[in-house]
Design a protein around this ligand. Sequence first.
Ligand code: CMC
Length: 384
Amino acid sequence: MVSRMEEFQVPFSRGLEGVPVAITAISHIDGKQGNLIYRGFPIEVLAQFSTFEETTYLLWFGDLPNKDELENFKRDLIEHRRIPDFMKECIGNIPRDTHPMEALRTCVSMLGCFDPDKHDTSRGARIRKAVRITAQMATIVAYAHRTRKGLELIDPNPNLSHAANLLYMLTGEVPDAETARLMDVILILHAEHGMNASTFAAMVIASTLSDMHSAIVGGIGALRGPLHGGANERVLEMIEEIGSVENVEPYIKNALAQRRRIMGFGHRVYKTYDPRARILKEYARKLSQKSGQTKWFEIAEKIEEVVIRELGAKGVFPNVDFYSAIVYKMLDLPKEIFTPLFAAARVAGWTAHVLEYLQNNRIFRPTSIYNGPTEVEYIPLEER
Ligand code: CMC
């Protein structure tokens, strides 16, 4: 029997647009107004006052921590920053031309094999795994980058915050307070974003009662694609290819004429400016002015103007990946680690959703509409 639309309880929606798949108290996006809240707190407030550690605690446990809780949580993350020596060797053996997202995916999978709680499926063990994965992913991102560049690996510094230590392990230099704060803001802005593709991928895996590491590996794989977190790297490629403010208009018009996607624009939920992009734009502006290197920001602003003029009526505006690319460029970070940095932050959201969903788990098992042939006669091989 060929299935028919009428047989389904809910209408078919390509790409699951508008289909709720879970009930969550973790975050909410108002795509019309351009608002985002984590556990009720506007993203602008968290970006101003919070830290990545505090935000992660909030996402996982539902409330802001008190002083002791935060200190304990930070200590826990610091204690788990190191990765085993065999993993360092493993990263060293990965071919140099491997993208750091592939290295990250491979290493998180390997961490799962050695996790001390790997046979424990309790909530407590899941939280411990979430702590370890969150702490270690930052180290892996830094090591994958440095190994690729032939640079010495830097031990994590227990006296630095998660954000400052990440920059330190990447660059070999302890960042100044302003740069460390900016990295914290970047991590907070990328930590969580509702039922995006990578979070859903992680949840689908977790819903089979598979393990936390598998779920996060799935999240990393989904995030990598250019329609999702992989867009930030493409944004900088595009901006560099455009090269000057004068080239923006013809480049964008030509791309749109060829029905190409402009990276860093558009969103399934936001039909207006992404609030995270608004915050990052101001940082990009300030960093550009401070460095005197305003060219990249000017090109970006011109792209924004042209794209909004051409596509604003369809609800296409800059998303988080657009200005984050300029911010990273101004921090002198190489583009192939833009998406790994996104992953190092989003792991907070992936794990938060996995922890929440598993408290009332039901396996994800949707359906599909069959439109293939029926009652086909099987012809033996020798007669075909
Ligand atoms: N460039 C050109 N046109 C676009 C773009 C874009 N970036 N985004 C949407 N549109 C157009 C699209 O062509 C369509 O037009 P029409 O109705 O005439 O066919 C309309 O807007 C609606 O687009 P859609 O494909 O139905 O939107 P979607 O919800 O399926 O896709 C998206 C969302 C993010 C994949 C898409 O906007 C896109 O490809 N953007 C570029 C990649 C990107 O920046 N991704 C990062 C997303 S935000 C952060 C993250 O998740 O990592």
